[in-house]
Design a protein around this ligand. Structure first.
Ligand code: TMP
Length: 239
């Protein structure tokens, strides 16, 4: 029996089939890439941290009414999740200016936005994941009008919950990226991961960067930053 049917391999994860057609097993790797795969490296221990951190946050979000793909953590690096059809949009939420937003609009990193900003990017490596408007998404059939409204609603609900959870760990949630998937029932659920790979997290006191920007920008202390975030989250109060 082929027990290990690899369904998909991405830059940071592998996805395997299981005996249940509605469930897949995700394996988190230590591989890191940036700038659409141009920069490559390894962040030792990242797979285990991102897996466990995502699961902690997905459980927290579920408890607060956000549907997710999470089923069960099976090891430090592996999790069973519901099989979904991924919506080809990366949903970014920003609370403070940083990264591509700062660059595109010439706004200093750290500037507080007057309200959370939701952006959609077309998940397409060959095109470099371009920013898309609602009309682009509709005309390209990436999502329906109803989907876009639901994605925005869920992303903002996740933002409120995560801001609070990270604040309890002494961290500022600057921005983050979510992915959503559709269940066979048609329901949209939060998928992928929530980790220092997909969030910008700054120390509340020193504003030190504790996320993948340390890797992207060659700031050093990458492993230590991931460990620090995970230690604080684990140690913190659950709500
Ligand atoms: P950006 O400022 O580069 O657009 O990134 C916004 C947020 O999205 C940041 O928290 C990092 C995250 N992100 C990903 O998770 N994957 C990506 O491929 C990119 C470009 C950003």
């Amino acid at each position: 029996m082929a027990e290990e049917t690899l369904l998909y391999e991405g830059k940071a994860k592998k996805v395997f089939a299981t005996s249940d057609p509605g469930v897949v097993r995700v394996l988190y790797k230590d591989d890191a890439t940036a700038f659409n795969g141009e920069k490559r490296g390894t962040i030792v221990g990242k797979g285990a941290i991102n897996n466990q951190m995502s699961n902690l946050l997905f459980r927290y979000l579920e408890e607060h009414g956000v549907p997710t793909h999470f089923v069960e953590e099976v090891s430090e690096r592996e999790t069973l999740v519901r099989k979904v059809e991924i919506i080809p949009l990366e949903v970014v939420v920003r609370n403070l200016a940083a990264g591509s937003f700062s660059k595109r609009f010439g706004i200093e990193e750290g500037t507080v936005l007057e309200r959370p900003l939701v952006e959609f990017y077309y998940k397409n490596d060959a095109l470099g994941d371009p920013l898309v408007t609602d009309d682009h998404a509709l005309i390209l059939h990436l999502a329906t009008e109803k989907d876009l409204a639901e994605l925005r609603r869920l992303a903002l609900a996740v933002n409120d919950l995560l801001i609070q959870r990270f604040r309890e760990a002494g961290l500022i949630l600057v921005d983050f990226k979510l992915e959503f998937g559709r269940l066979p029932s048609g329901e949209l659920v939060l998928a992928d991961e929530i980790s220092p790979d997909t969030c910008r997290l700054w120390d509340e006191r020193t504003r030190e960067k504790l996320d993948k920007d340390r890797f992207r920008r060659d700031l050093g202390g990458v492993e230590e930053a991931y460990q620090e975030v995970w230690a604080r989250l684990k140690g913190g109060v659950a709500r």
